[in-house]
Design a protein around this ligand. Structure first.
Ligand SMILES: Cc1cc2nc3c(=O)[nH]c(=O)nc-3n(C[C@H](O)[C@H](O)[C@H](O)COP(=O)(O)O)c2cc1C
Length: 342
């Protein structure tokens, strides 16, 4: 078993506060990444409309939603649509989930024919039905098999292959460091680490010490994930862990400003916060427009029901909005409702 984690406030900084953290640019394999803020793969969230919105707010590298290798094999329409992109939506990474090597290689071939620039293999998903199939984070319990899958993917690769892992299965089974070393040996070009265990799911604090330890032990880039909700968190993760970049996940939901604001904070040390209701309403309209283009009005409105409480968090009457969300069925109803907030 690997060493127990240090509490986050005991972790020594890996970078000096005088370091210019706004200096962007690192490489994953031969791919230049011009940012330290990457939009995470987010199932049900990071579709083309959400990615386009985030890119409008300064996101320079984004991931698709997680793609199931079996669904690619059986040509699921939904999964195919998850790979839809446009000129603005670049550079783009895709993430694939699976266990069966033939299915994974098939998915890789399909993805490598698109404009996707990087392929991430998911060894982090904690969803019960996924783990029961021995996929996602369950592969962290089978390090040999995980490394052999990654080796086969890297041998078949025309774009860099990365892997997303968690800290481990439970607090008594933290194995991210040894797994990351194996992945490096298997040819992975970078490792993404969500610094929580499978048992934590998305709860409790992310353990930045494990990210720092992985960074100390491998030579490939390490991208950290967990508790990144604002510019100060971005800086804290970069400073405490020395990681090469940060994944923005829940922190971008209802808050696409996080990309611009974090870049500004890293550069100037000054915080900008989105405060006006007018700005939020403008962004909701933009998001709704992008989603309508992708799905049509009806589905876009349904989808926006998920995002509205996040956009309106903390503003007066937010509760009232939550109460009537289920009644919103048309674009007009949604726009009329938000106009009452202005
Ligand atoms: C709604 C939702 C969907 C997610 N989907 C994926 C996914 O498809 N693939 C993945 O690797 N991680 C996924 N994650 C995990 C995030 O990428 C990220 O690692 C995690 O949320 C920790 O970061 P945070 O604490 O800053 O949100 C998802 C998280 C959320 C909240």
């Amino acid at each position: 078993m690997e060493k127990q984690a240090l509490s986050n406030n005991l972790i020594p900084d890996r970078r000096s506060s005088k370091d210019d953290l706004s200096l962007t640019g690192f490489k994953i394999g031969n791919l230049k990444i011009n940012t330290q803020l990457i939009l995470a793969p987010l199932s049900g969230i990071s579709d083309l409309s959400f990615r386009t919105l985030c890119r409008d707010f300064g996101c320079k590298f984004a991931f698709t939603e997680m793609l199931n290798a079996a669904s690619i094999k059986y040509k699921s329409k939904k999964t195919k649509s998850m790979l839809s992109s446009n000129r603005k939506d670049s550079p783009l990474g895709a993430q694939v989930l699976g266990r069966d090597i033939d299915m994974l290689l098939n998915a890789q071939d399909v993805i490598q024919k698109t404009k996707v620039k990087l392929l991430d293999f998911n060894a982090a998903c904690p969803v019960r039905k996924v783990a029961r199939r021995g996929e996602g984070v369950a592969l962290m319990k089978e390090p040999k098999l995980l490394a052999s899958i990654v080796k086969k993917l890297t041998s078949n690769a025309t774009i860099p292959i990365t892997v997303k892992i968690r800290s481990g299965w439970s607090k008594d089974n933290i194995n991210a460091v040894s797994i990351a070393k194996r992945l490096q040996d298997a040819g992975a070009s970078a490792v993404f680490i969500h610094a929580r265990t499978k048992e934590q799911l998305y709860r409790g604090k992310a353990d930045y010490d494990i990210i720092a330890r992985v960074k100390d032990e491998v030579n490939i880039p390490v991208i950290g994930s967990g508790d990144v909700f604002g510019p100060e968190d971005v800086k804290r993760m970069l400073t405490q862990t020395g990681c090469d970049a940060v994944l923005v996940a829940r922190g971008a939901m209802g808050n696409p400003w996080i990309f611009k604001h974090s870049q500004y904070f890293l550069k100037t040390g000054k915080l900008r916060r989105i405060s006006t209701i007018a700005e939020r309403i403008k962004t909701i309209k933009l998001h709704l427009g992008l989603a309508s283009k992708l799905y049509g009005e009806k589905s876009a409105v349904l989808r926006m029901r998920l995002f509205l409480p996040l956009y309106l968090k903390g503003i007066p009457h937010a509760r009232k909005v939550r109460g009537i969300l289920s009644e919103l069925k048309t674009k007009k109803q949604l726009l009329d409702m938000i106009s009452t907030l202005a």
